[in-house]
Design a protein around this ligand. Structure first.
Ligand code: SAM
Length: 266
């Protein structure tokens, strides 16, 4: 096998535990007639197992040095398509032409949050996602309202998707070993959003303000956007902390804020 030295700046921690690789691919269950996209194939640990299903597989890898390794291993397969580039800038509509995409990846942890937001913004093209992430990020994605992990990331993920934490993966499964525990998460975009808002950007702004200082009350954090009286009018206690609110509560707040004049100085 061609030697490749893992690069920290690309978040490279390669999977080496075949038991874990097989367990991930069994959770994904790629079907022969499906179209998958793998983000960050690295040296092809998961790629190889996915390709066995005969599905159509596009992969997007940022590190140019991995391109000849991947092409050497899989380039002859007609169902394999490699894109060299940045997944954060990738327009998924280019490849999701006739079928919804199933997106998978052992993601580079340094960009996992912006990448998830980028994918959520294209949720209509995606039928499901399976990712390896830092366990702490999986806990935030799958968090319940009222818990410590509940915040902007989990609320936005659950706005668009059903989120399921599948299993944990220890550092020993990788080379080099990451300093943190990892976990596998499944996100399935809702066919119809259970709590739609008219303006998603405004929901994001409400969440940013609400969780700006977690120890402060909603009355304080949301002062620039909504009054305490308006919160009370929709049944929300202005003295509550942000993590006590549900997604539906934040959606209700956003719909009121949409009709308020916004003070841009704040
Ligand atoms: N899938 C391989 C495995 O499990 O062994 C590699 C996983 S490694 C954690 C993350 C991979 O994502 C690396 O191959 C890295 O080069 C690639 N990568 C990093 N940033 C990327 C980006 N912005 N777009 C696409 N790939 C990226």
């Amino acid at each position: 096998m061609t030697e490749h030295r893992a690069r920290k700046r690309f978040g490279q921690n390669f999977l080496q535990d075949h038991g874990i690789i097989n367990r991930i691919v069994r959770s994904i269950r790629p079907g022969e007639h499906e179209h998958l996209l793998e983000i960050g194939p690295g040296q092809g640990a998961i790629t190889e197992e996915i390709l066995r299903s005969g599905c159509q597989l596009d992969v997007i890898e940022l590190d140019r040095d991995l391109v000849p390794i991947l092409q050497g291993k899989f380039g002859a397969l007609p169902n394999f398509h490699l894109h060299q580039g940045d997944a954060l800038r990738f327009d998924f509509s280019e490849i999701a032409k006739d079928k919804p995409l199933r997106v998978v990846g052992n993601l580079p942890y340094n960009i996992s949050t912006p990448l998830i937001f980028h994918l959520l913004s294209q949720h209509e093209l995606i039928s499901d996602m399976h990712f390896m992430l830092q366990k702490e990020v999986v806990d935030r994605l799958a968090a319940d309202p009222g818990s410590k992990a509940w915040g902007r990331l989990g609320i936005m993920a659950q706005y668009y998707c059903r989120v399921e934490s599948l299993f944990d993966v220890p550092p020993e499964a990788f080379t080099p070993r990451p300093k943190v525990q990892s976990a596998i998460v499944r996100l399935v975009p809702h066919k119809e959003l259970p709590h739609p808002v008219d303006d998603v950007e405004l929901l994001q702004r409400v969440l940013r303000e609400a969780f700006n200082q977690r120890r402060k009350t909603l009355r304080n954090n949301l002062k620039p956007l909504i009054s305490a009286e308006q919160l009370e009018a929709i049944g929300i206690n202005p003295g509550e902390r942000p993590e006590k609110l549900s997604l539906a509560d934040f959606v209700a707040i956003t719909q009121v804020v949409a009709n308020n004049p916004i003070d841009e100085a704040n």
